[in-house]
Every structure is written in structure tokens, then in C-alpha cells.
Ligand binder design. Structure first.
Ligand code: DAH
Length: 365
């Protein structure tokens, strides 16, 4: 074999070794990931430049054609050409395979079955206390009340003095009320909003004030140191206890049905005179005390459910808000939201409401 032919043979050898390595890598083409295939495609392009590009040994070898004896030139030329064809064919075949594979993989990746059912996002819902609060708010708003929101950290003046709660009253003692280190009280009742609202809006006024209140109670079945109350206040000329009974009755009838009756029992609160606790006929037994021939649970067989406190706003409270008790009178009431929720859903532990166990909460949509 001539020297030139040997050189060509070497070029062919070195290509075949390199290509064999490459082919070995992409033999199992159907098992490649799209990213692998794309990186092999880049490698193949490098291989192609190296072995067939302008600066490749193959391109260089064409100069050898001129060096061989004229009578051998023809045969040598076609030899070089055949090697060149062999190399380019091998590369082109690999290129085509990879290109087809990549195209198919892309189509597969973008395949979309429009007949498949969609994935539905899990929808959340409001907390049961919020649901009940909003129901009650809606009822009062429809009766012309507005909703008043106010601060949870109060001075003694708003939490006690202005509400006619004198020094020495048990509610003022610190075992009931949380105090901040600089002497502010966490409000222990929403009645504070009565004062704030009258100062801000003057009279006549009709508001309800839902909100958090805080008391130094150890958590148990019926106590948590934070709970919610809803306060109501109506002040105008000629407001009487009849308006109180009518309003509370209307609200509870809308919530529990039109057969619901209410009753007021004489009581004492510093900020009302006279004061009364209000009860309503049990929503479960209809006031009979018996449900499915057993002692009714929510009302404990009494037929009545005790809900909250109420009364005619004390003249001292009106005076503290610059309202003349000779001209204006009003009623107020307040009750705990958690207690109402416990009764309505027959729950026996108030703490369930704040543990945020989704399995519990999901039952009350
Ligand atoms: N603030 C009272 C409590 O926390 C409830 C209450 C009683 C509110 C009588 C009132 C009322 O507005 O008139 O126990």
C-alpha cells in the first residue's frame, strides 16, 4: 500500500474509533431522555466538524491526491471519495436518528389529552365561628345596625370606669383581666365598644360589635383565655325594654325559626339598669325539654338556653359619653359566640375551635 493510502486508512481508523464510542453511547436511543438526546446531538456536531470540517484531516488529505503519480491519481481519488462518503454517511445517519427521536420526544412531552378530567383545586371555607358571626351580622345589618370594630387593648377607663364598673368590682381584679406591663388591659368584654362608638358617632346609634375578648381563665371544656363576644347597642329617644325584647327576639327567630320565644330574667350588670339575662326557647326540643323521649341536651331538659346579658344602658354610661339621659335612652346586650356555637353543634369542648384540626373544621362548611 502506498504511503498516501496508509494515511487515508489512518484517518478512517481514527474516525471509526471515535464514532464507535459515540454510537455506543446513543445505541439505546429510545431510552434517552430528551435532554440526553439534545446533548448527544451537540456532541455529534462536534464530531462532524472534527472529522469532516474544513480543518479536518480528511479535508487535508485531498491535497495528497495531487502528490500521487498521475496514472494512480484516478484510483486514489475515488478511494479518498469513498472514505469521505463512508464517514459522512455514518454521521448523517446518526444525525437523522437523533433528530427524529428528539422531534418525537418533543411531541410526546407536549401531548395533551383534552378528554381527561381536570384537577379540581381543594376549596377552603370559613371557620365555623366566622360563619355564625357573619349570619348574625347579616341579620342585624338588615335591621339597620352597623358593625363596629375596635381595639382589643384598652385603658382601664374604657374597660371599666366608663362602663360604670367601680373600683373594687370583682371584674377589675387582675385574676380576671390580663394587663400589659405598662398598665393597659386586654379588654375582657366587648362592652368597651359601646363607649368608643358613642364617642365617635354620637347618638342616635345602632351598632353591633363582634370581637375578641380576653380573660385569665385556665383552658378547660368551657373556657379559653380568648373568646369572642358580640355586643349590641341601640340608643335613641324613647327606647324601652320592649325594644330590647323585640330586637333580641327578632334576631333569634331569624336564626332559629319563627317559633323561637325569648325570656328576660332580672340580673345585675354595672352598665345597665335594669339588667336582665336573656334566654331563648331551645332550638332542639322547641322548649319542651325532651328530645326523642330523652332529656334534651343543649338545654339540659329545661327548654331554655341562657345566652347573654342585657339591659337598659345605665345613665352613668350615657353621661360618660356626653349623652343626656333625660333625652336619650337605650338598650344593650352581649353574649359569647363560642358558647352559642357549642350549643348549636352539640360540641362538648370549646378548645376544638382553636386547635385548627382540619378534620374537625371541615365538618362545618
Ligand atoms: N359584658 C357582659 C359580659 O361580658 C355581657 C353584657 C351584659 C353586655 C349586659 C351588655 C349588657 O351589653 O347590657 O358578661
Amino acid at each position: 500500500m502506498s504511503e498516501e493510502k496508509k494515511q487515508i486508512e489512518q484517518i478512517r481508523q481514527s474516525f471509526q474509533t471515535a464514532f464507535a464510542g459515540f454510537v455506543h453511547l446513543h445505541k439505546e436511543i429510545k431510552d434517552l431522555t430528551l435532554a440526553d438526546a439534545e446533548s448527544y446531538q451537540r456532541e455529534l456536531a462536534e464530531l462532524k466538524t472534527k472529522h469532516t470540517g474544513k480543518k479536518s484531516e480528511l479535508a487535508n488529505s485531498k491535497k495528497l491526491i495531487g502528490r500521487v503519480a498521475p496514472e494512480e491519481r484516478g484510483a486514489f481519488g475515488s478511494f479518498v471519495q469513498s472514505i469521505e462518503r463512508e464517514i459522512t454517511t455514518a454521521i448523517e445517519e446518526a444525525e437523522t436518528n437523533l433528530k427524529n427521536f428528539i422531534a418525537d420526544a418533543k411531541i410526546e412531552r407536549e401531548r395533551l389529552d383534552v378528554t381527561l378530567p381536570g384537577t379540581q383545586p381543594r376549596e377552603g371555607h370559613l371557620h365555623l365561628l366566622t360563619i355564625l358571626r357573619q349570619k348574625i351580622e347579616d341579620i342585624f345589618v338588615s335591621m339597620g345596625y352597623s358593625i363596629e370594630d375596635d381595639r382589643e387593648i384598652e385603658t382601664d377607663y374604657y374597660n371599666f370606669d366608663a362602663l360604670n364598673i367601680p373600683e373594687g368590682h370583682p371584674a377589675r381584679e387582675s385574676q380576671d383581666t390580663f394587663y400589659t406591663t405598662n398598665g393597659f388591659a386586654l379588654r375582657s368584654q366587648t362592652s368597651t365598644v359601646q363607649i368608643r362608638a358613642m364617642e365617635r358617632r354620637g347618638v342616635p346609634i345602632r351598632i353591633i360589635a363582634p370581637g375578641r375578648v380576653f380573660r385569665r381563665d385556665t383552658p378547660d371544656l368551657t373556657h379559653t383565655p380568648m373568646f369572642h363576644q358580640i355586643e349590641g347597642l341601640c340608643v335613641d329617644k324613647n327606647i324601652t325594654m320592649a325594644h330590647l325584647k323585640g330586637t333580641v327576639g327578632e334576631w333569634l327567630r331569624r336564626l332559629f325559626g319563627k317559633e323561637t320565644r325569648i325570656r328576660l330574667r332580672p340580673s345585675y350588670f354595672p352598665f345597665t339598669e335594669p339588667s336582665a339575662e336573656f334566654d331563648f326557647s331551645c332550638f332542639k326540643c322547641g322548649g319542651t325539654g325532651t328530645f326523642e323521649s330523652e332529656r334534651c341536651r343543649p338545654c339540659k331538659g329545661s327548654g331554655w338556653i341562657e345566652l347573654g346579658g342585657s339591659g337598659m344602658v345605665h345613665p352613668n354610661v350615657l353621661r360618660a359619653c356626653n349623652v343626656d339621659p333625660q333625652v336619650y335612652s337605650g338598650f344593650a346586650f352581649g353574649f359569647g359566640l363560642e358558647r352559642m356555637c357549642l350549643l348549636m353543634y352539640s360540641l362538648d369542648d370549646i378548645r376544638l375551635m382553636f386547635e385548627n384540626d382540619v378534620r374537625f373544621l371541615e365538618q362545618f362548611r
